[in-house]
Design a binder for this molecule. Structure first.
Ligand code: ADP
Ligand code: MG
Length: 303
C-alpha cells in the first residue's frame, strides 16, 4: 500500500483524533476510475467498507520503526483471534515520503500507517460524553471480558486500557456476544453497539519478569471512571449509579491495592503498592485477578 493509492481512492478525508503518537483520519472511499470495479486490488479489498480509519504515526526517538511493527503485530494477533473484541486492522506499512495524508512536508518524513475499521461512535470517552447510552452495565462487562480475554486467553498485556483506547460503533444489526469464562457461558446483547479495544502501541506478551507498571495500566479505565463519576450520573439511574460505583471501588480498585485499609481514592498509593508486588508473581496475580473480577461482576449485576 502507498499514500498515493489511498489518496486516489479518497472522496473525503477528515481528521478524527489525535493520541500521544498518531493522528487518525476518517476516509470516505470512492472508485479511482471506471476500471476500478473490475481490476483494482484496493477497491476489491476496501470498497465494501465505505469508510476506513487510518492512523499516521511519525518515527521519533521513542517511536522507532520496530515499535510500529510491534504495535501492528500485537493488534493483528489479537484481532485475528477474536474479531469481536478488537478493532479490525486491515493493513500496515511504513513509508518515507514528502507526502502525508493531509499535508506535504518540505523534506521527506518516515511515517507508519495503520488501516483500520472506522468505529462510528469514536472512543468510549467521546461516546460517554454524548450521554445517550443506557447499557453501560453491559459495556463494563464487555470491558472486563476484553481484559480477561487479552490476559488469560491470548496472554497479552495491552498496557493502556483507557477510555481513549476503547472504541464504540453502532450498526443496525443486533449482535449477541457469547462470553465464555472457564465453563460458564453468558450472552450479552448490546443492541447493535460494539465496544472494541485498539491502540496496541505498548503491548507485550505476558512473561514472568514483566513490568508491573504495564500490567496495572490495563485497569486504568476504572480509575478514569472512579474519578469522573459525573459522566455516569447522567447516564444511569441512581440505583445503578450507586451499584456501579460500589462495584468498581470495592471489587476492582481494592483488589488492585490488595489492602482494605488503603484509601482507594488516592491513586498514587495504589501505583506504589502495585510496584512493590514481587515481580515473579505479578503476571500470575494479575491473570487471576482479571478472571475473578469478571466473575464477580457477572454475579453482582446478575448478568
Ligand atoms: N478506528 C477508529 N475509529 C474511530 N476513531 C478512532 C479510531 N482509531 C482512533 N480513533 C480516534 O483517534 C484517537 C487516537 O487514536 P489511537 O490509536 O489511540 O492513537 P495514539 O496511539 O496516538 O493514542 C482515539 O482516541 C480516537 O478518538
Ligand atoms: Mg491512544
Amino acid at each position: 500500500m502507498t499514500i498515493s493509492k489511498i489518496l486516489k481512492h479518497t472522496k473525503t478525508l477528515t481528521k478524527i483524533g489525535t493520541g500521544n503518537y498518531g493522528i487518525v483520519y476518517l476516509i470516505n472511499l470512492k472508485r479511482d476510475n471506471v476500471w476500478c470495479k473490475y481490476s483494482c486490488d484496493f477497491c476489491h479489498r476496501y470498497s465494501k467498507y465505505g469508510d476506513i480509519a487510518i492512523k499516521q504515526t511519525p518515527t521519533k526517538d521513542d517511536t522507532t520503526q520496530e515499535d510500529m511493527k510491534n504495535e501492528y503485530e500485537f493488534h493483528k494477533y489479537c484481532y485475528q483471534h477474536n474479531k469481536k473484541l478488537y478493532v479490525s486492522i486491515y493493513d500496515f506499512w511504513i513509508e518515507r515520503s514528502v507526502r502525508g495524508l493531509l499535508n506535504d512536508y518540505p523534506i521527506p518524513k518516515t511515517n507508519g500507517f495503520y488501516v483500520m475499521e472506522y468505529m462510528n461512535c469514536g472512543s468510549l470517552v467521546d461516546y460517554l460524553k454524548t450521554g445517550n447510552y443506557i447499557h453501560i452495565i453491559k459495556f463494563i462487562c464487555m470491558i472486563l471480558y476484553i481484559i480477561y480475554y487479552t490476559h488469560n486467553v491470548l496472554e497479552v498485556c495491552h498496557g493502556d486500557i483507557s477510555w481513549e483506547n476503547l472504541f464504540v460503533s453502532h450498526k443496525n444489526t443486533s449482535n449477541i456476544y457469547k462470553l465464555s469464562i472457564d465453563n460458564k457461558d453468558i450472552d450479552i446483547n448490546l443492541s447493535g453497539f460494539q465496544i472494541k479495544l485498539g491502540d496496541f502501541g505498548i503491548a507485550e506478551k505476558f512473561n514472568k519478569n514483566m513490568n508491573n507498571q504495564l500490567i496495572k495500566r490495563d485497569y486504568i479505565i476504572f480509575h478514569q471512571m472512579n474519578q469522573n463519576t459525573s459522566i455516569w450520573k447522567d447516564l444511569l439511574s441512581e440505583i445503578h449509579y450507586n451499584k456501579m460505583l460500589i462495584f468498581i471501588r470495592e471489587n476492582i480498585l481494592k483488589y488492585l491495592y490488595k489492602d482494605d485499609s488503603i484509601n482507594y481514592i488516592d491513586q498514587h498509593i495504589m501505583w506504589n503498592t502495585l510496584q512493590h508486588l514481587p515481580l515473579e508473581n505479578s503476571n500470575i496475580y494479575f491473570k487471576d485477578l482479571s478472571k475473578k473480577i469478571l466473575i464477580e461482576y457477572i454475579d453482582f449485576f446478575e448478568l
